[in-house]
Write a protein that binds this ligand. Sequence first.
Ligand SMILES: C[S@@+](CC[C@H](N)C(=O)[O-])C[C@H]1O[C@@H](n2cnc3c(N)ncnc32)[C@H](O)[C@@H]1O
Length: 282
Amino acid sequence: MLKEAIEVLNPVLGGIYVDATIGTGGHSEEILKFIGSDGRLIGIDRDIEALKITSDRLKDKRVILKKGNFSDMENILSKEGISEVDGILFDLGVSILQIKRPERGFSFNSDMSLDMRMDQEQTFSAWDVVNRYSEKELERIFKELGEERFSKRIARVIVRYRTKKTIDTCSELSKIVDRYVKRGKIHPATKVFQALRIEVNRELDELKAGLDASLRILKKAGRLCVISYHSLEDRIVKHFISDCSKKGLMKRLFKKPLIPGSDEKRVNPSSRSARLRAAEKI
Ligand SMILES: C[S@@+](CC[C@H](N)C(=O)[O-])C[C@H]1O[C@@H](n2cnc3c(N)ncnc32)[C@H](O)[C@@H]1O
């Protein structure tokens, strides 16, 4: 949803923008086309590997790249002497880079360690969740963060398996889930993997912190643009924007979220679940 996101963000000449999920810089590259030589772009990501690629890709003196979480955004900006900005973009979730590299441990079939850390400097990984959480805690995260109908059953089989050996790789976990859960179109372990990823990276808490910070950082008429990829994230964004509009702090730019067109879904199937919501600071 690159085109739609840039249209909604509406970058202006000389503006200061935050790409809070810069990844490998696709969205930022577009923003830079509109902000002229005086504009500035602060690109944040917690993935050091992505930042290295982006610093080679966007060799541009208007760009400042920083490693950090959404909850670090205000601090990062204040260290750069920036107190307010014209627009903030969040393109949530995992990057192609993270998904496609088996060693990052995000994908079902990887024989690599259960990892799923977006921030490679963090010590807590999916291995810790799968091997150290109690049955009750596993059941809770599968239910709440994966919206997994069979959360109880899956938590039970994981804990039973652990009495013999630790669960070390992504494929080992997928096979355990696969044996007990039958599903139609999606991979049987999809919801379990989603729950683990959200738990490991504290994605929902970080999103809430990032949205709250955006409200404080945006200038009057500055724009917030968020692309989410699953219903838990989208619900948080929707409620945040509607709360802010009720309180007269932000104006919602459109009621229904924008979704990708059929062409984009065909060319880029991972965009299928994308939802774009946006608001303007009052
Ligand atoms: C979908 S990708 C962004 C892709 C990017 N728009 C591009 O054009 O390449 C999401 C990125 O956000 C980062 N990310 C997710 N949650 C984050 C958080 N709480 N703080 C910082 N970065 C985060 C991930 O590491 C990942 O690189």
